[in-house]
Design a protein around this ligand. Sequence first.
Ligand code: DCP
Ligand code: MG
Length: 364
Amino acid sequence: MSENLESKPVRKIIHIDMDAFYASVEQRDFPAYKGKPVIVGGSPQGRGVVATASYEAREFGVRSAMSSAMAEKLCPHGIFVYPRFAAYKEVSQHIRAIFKRYTDLIEPLSLDEAYLDVTNDKLGIGSALDIAREIKEAIKNELNLTASAGISINKFVAKIASDMNKPDGLTFIGPSKIERFMEKLPVEKFYGVGKVTADRMRKQHLKTGADIKKLTEARLMQLFGKSGKFYYRIVRGLDNRPVRPYHDAKSVSAEDTFYEDYGKGQELNNHLTRIAEVAFGRLDKHQLHGRTLTVKIKFEDFKQITRSQSADEPLTDLQEVTEMALKLLNGVDFGNKKVRLLGVGFSNLQTNDDNGLDLQASLF
Ligand code: DCP
Ligand code: MG
């Protein structure tokens, strides 16, 4: 069936992402750090990692998630500071209040990033580009920080666009440009494509959107499972995923495909522990907790099973979550198969009582 861009009302989607978020807040609050390489994260003496680095530090090659020790080698004059989460949370709540002036359809992805659907133009501003410009200005005037915005007709393209002219970027990719844009896009830039999948794509000589476009949907599904269907559509500029306010989220999860397959044992347990931490962190960022925990196990033959357990109260303790997840995993009989992917998800979500102000405002 042909499905063209005109078959549904065209949406206006903005993706906003703060520039070098934690580091910019530090530079704003401590003027002595302005123009200097600031590295926010753990100590370079211990086993700390970098949360983020100012643009000055990035010039030395410092990146998020690298060890702080490595960052210090690359940038010996870097100013290392510990994160001040309370300050970042405050900024996050303020930017969400700014978004709210323009639309009620906001999907935060993390403290510094959100999708906005501005099709229903609350203030009658007229163009999504002007709305994005106003939001950036408000962030500048009220918070003395910069953000980058991507504007398009779907989430996928808006997200990539916001990253194209950082910092302080404003990038519009209109309907007529989307297909060409997707054809040229390297697969590594596809949002949601991790390193393992990107490597597999490279092995199949799939370097850009145009390469993926040459394959049938059936072939892509054979290669990449359910995601193949998503890639098939996305290279044609088709992405109908709605902007979902976070209280609508039915579940929050994290998963990882391993470079090698594992049987039962410490290594697999360590992976599960790490993935549980990521999933829990995602929930926490949205000030949500779940009552039901699900572990997903995909075996080397791509057969997949899930195991779930529900508690009477929301699971607010990471340690408890990890123990539950390990029990679920190790209660499964693997036969003689190894595991290629693990996932951890939470459902039956509810908001935290202590810090649900913002959320309550959007609920009522
Ligand atoms: N963060 C983290 N650990 C990571 C990645 C990010 O703690 N591995 C934190 C610090 C970042 C914030 O999340 O400031 C936002 O992440 P982004 O990926 O948006 O990165 P930045 O905002 O720092 O930089 P950019 O200008 O590239 O968006
Ligand atoms: Mg950012």
